[in-house]
Design a protein around this ligand. Structure first.
Ligand SMILES: *Cc1c(COP(=O)(O)O)cnc(C)c1O
Length: 399
């Protein structure tokens, strides 16, 4: 595994140290492949953490950026623009929601959802403000969304937390009931916990939550920042469960790689008045034009069905690996899947896969005992098989 002769250590002293980065610089991307400064290629099953839902530099995304950039970038959030209206219409026409507020990141969309629920509590529930969230959930890195998250250690990291986020256990309805008080205004969850290790919410649990929230006049908020936008094989993940939430947040896939996110709600819940919510870049024409291209491609005939079919292929290939190497199975929905390793070898596999020569593989280990896969929704069957073949070779070495 020799490094090419022209390889120099990366000099990046001025880049703030917020994550341990390998000594490479990415310079190009196309579909499921990334290329670094030395010309080495990587098969990318991360896609910027499920962000590039149509792969790197999708032609539709590139074209939307190019066309819109020449016309209008950001007339300010104080004016309507064409792409903002068109994308809002597409989102509401294809979901159970009526109103859309665009944001720039998943965390910002979730902040908006929290504010909206609290406002609704002020108007309709005597100032109730508590939002029940779940252990191992992930909702973002702002103070409120870190407080909403159930990541171990995050309660003390930047203490004090924003109050009002009691934690229940996913797929345990009794634990949710125990958290309900007269201060409760909403329940918020990921339909598939992503960072927590790809843990799908049970069908029955989601339906029980919808019933429980209706009985207690609470809002149901789904955080689909990772699971939404085709990732699980339906346009939105809640559509698997036969329920309709009150509020949904989107991020990652909605922008196909550019910073775009959204907060959606029903008319009954849309209680913001002018001054409550906003932001300099929100709903800018450049990013929403990209969102239109992404959703158009996802809604093209057969596309979402192809995500389901490829998800099944990935699932069956992972199950083969699991039985060959005595691992602990796999789980997930659509093209958001995890392989349970049964041992803390995830980090080692991630490093070995990336450092392979002549071509590397990019995978992720959100917990040391599992690997997570979030390829482009446009990944080919061959690329799925190629990824599993590389993994087989590495597992032979490591297990
Ligand atoms: C990534 C993620 C977020 C945060 O999104 P950012 O764009 O990184 O702020 C929130 N919720 C879920 C479920 C996520 O996966």
């Amino acid at each position: 595994m020799n490094k090419p002769a022209d390889h120099h250590p990366v000099d990046a002293h001025s880049v703030m140290y917020i994550t341990k980065r390998p000594d490479i610089v990415m310079v190009e991307g196309s579909g499921s492949w990334l290329t670094d400064q030395n010309g080495k290629r990587y098969l990318d099953f991360l896609q910027g953490w499920a962000v590039n839902c149509l792969g790197h530099c999708n032609p539709g995304v590139v074209n939307a950026l190019h066309q819109q950039a020449q016309k209008l970038i950001n007339p300010s959030p104080a004016f309507y623009n064409g792409p903002m209206i068109r994308l809002s219409d597409l989102l509401t026409a294809n979901s159970c929601f009526d109103k859309v507020f665009f944001a720039n990141s998943g965390a910002e969309a979730n902040e908006g959802a929290i504010k909206l629920a609290r406002k609704w509590g002020q108007l309709h529930k005597n100032g109730a403000y508590e939002i029940i969230t779940f252990d191992h959930s992930f909702h973002g890195r702002t103070l409120a969304t870190m407080s909403a998250s159930g990541k171990p250690g995050w309660d003390t990291m930047f203490a004090p937390q924003v109050p009002g986020f009691p934690k229940a256990n996913l797929n345990d309805i009794e634990s949710v009931k125990k958290c309900i008080t007269d201060k409760t205004v909403a329940i918020m969850l990921e339909p598939v916990q992503g960072e927590g290790g790809v843990i799908p919410c049970d069908d029955s649990f989601m339906r029980e939550l919808r019933q429980l929230t209706q009985e207690n006049n609470l809002l149901l908020i789904v955080d689909e920042v990772q699971a939404g936008f085709g990732r699980t094989g339906t346009l939105f993940a809640y559509q698997h469960f036969g329920i309709e939430p009150d509020i949904m947040t989107l991020g990652k896939g909605i922008g196909g790689g550019v910073p775009l996110a959204a907060l959606l709600c029903t008319d009954e819940v849309a209680c913001f008045v002018p001054g409550d919510q906003g932001g300099t870049y929100n709903g800018n024409a450049l990013m929403t034009a990209v969102g239109i291209s992404v959703i158009d491609q996802l809604l093209a005939p057969g596309f979402l069905q192809s995500v389901i079919t490829k998800g099944e292929l990935l699932q069956s290939e992972l199950l083969k690996l699991s039985s060959e190497f005595g691992l602990k199975g796999e789980r997930g929905k659509g093209l958001l899947r995890a392989l349970m390793l049964g041992k803390d070898i995830g980090g080692k596999l991630v490093d070995l896969a990336r450092d392979l020569e002549p071509e590397g593989l990019l995978i992720n280990s959100p917990r040391p005992d599992l690997l997570r896969f979030m390829p482009a929704l446009t990944v080919s069957n061959d690329e799925i098989r190629q990824m599993c073949a590389i993994l087989r070779m590495l597992l032979k070495k490591v297990v």
